[in-house]
Design a protein around this ligand. Structure first.
Ligand SMILES: [Fe+2]
Ligand SMILES: [Fe+2]
Length: 274
């Protein structure tokens, strides 16, 4: 079984700063013709602000494979209040995701593996859906199949026991809760997005893959997290009980940084006065 992971496309109908990179990714996907794509979130630039933008982004990524499974990012459904007080995860944003994209958590058995998508943006929010997702995950991980987990934010940077990394990772308490469930299951791959960095490493029996963005990389606004600030995608080839993950660089990508246009895009003007 072969899966293409794309991430952080940040499609926007209101500007074209990264349109050439999305076009390059689209040309490559059309030629590659994968059977299954997993999008690890931030489909949109501001889907958390407007449902129309989220719908446009979902339509774009849904064109390139018979099956496209997506998990929400902070730009799609918001974040927890300590990180993004003006765009918190709430019922209306979750409903907008489910209408435009589909379920925000999912499980699919294919090729002898259980593929599991999580809504990382619920973690640490205290929203009722957070506990519901944990209960669902505990049941979903109860399988003899090897499991591949997909979520937007990485669980940690270097060490599962490390402290908080603010905007960049799942916070320590839900991380501990999630990893205690993983410890009792046969999880072999955790693939994430969000950092706009490609990196692969193993911790314990689990391969961790940070999927690169398809839109832009971060410059000075991001601390050095390791890995490579390079646009691209990842091919995952699943064997009987292990997965081989390979960075792919579609032709025509340009590693544009966000900083020159960040004041226009994010935060939006209404947030600057706070
Ligand atoms: Fe992103
Ligand atoms: Fe993100």
């Amino acid at each position: 079984m072969r899966i293409i992971q794309i991430s952080d496309t940040h499609l926007s109908p209101t500007h074209g700063f990264f349109a050439a990179n999305l076009a390059a990714t689209a040309r490559w996907l059309a030629a590659d013709d994968p059977a299954l794509i997993v999008h690890t979130g931030d489909l949109s630039m501001d889907g958390a602000g407007t449902a129309e933008e989220l719908a446009a982004a979902a339509k774009w990524s849904g064109c390139f494979a018979p099956l496209v499974l997506s998990v929400p990012g902070n730009h799609d459904v918001g974040d927890h209040a300590a990180i993004k007080p003006t765009q918190t995860v709430d019922d209306s944003r979750l409903a907008a995701w489910r209408t435009a994209v589909g379920p925000d958590r999912w499980s699919l058995d294919r090729g002898g593996w259980r593929l599991v998508g999580l809504n990382a943006m619920l973690l640490g929010t205290g929203h009722a859906e957070e506990d519901a997702q944990f209960a669902w995950l505990e049941a979903t991980l109860n399988t003899a199949l090897p499991v591949a987990l997909f979520l937007h934010k990485p669980l940690f940077i270097e060490d599962p026991a490390e402290g908080p990394h603010g905007y960049w990772t799942v916070t320590p308490e839900p991380r501990r809760r999630l990893m205690s469930l993983m410890a009792g299951a046969n999880v072999r791959l955790v693939a994430s997005g969000h950092l706009h960095v490609h990196r692969q490493f193993r911790h314990g029996d689990i391969d961790y893959v940070w999927g690169p963005a398809a839109s832009f990389v971060c410059g000075d606004s991001q601390p050095d997290l390791g890995g490579a600030r390079s646009l691209g995608a990842v091919e995952h080839v699943f064997g009987p009980d292990s997965v081989t993950s390979r960075f792919i660089r579609p032709e025509g990508l340009e590693d544009l940084t966000i900083e020159p246009v960040q004041h226009i895009l994010y935060p939006r003007p209404a947030e600057k006065v706070q």
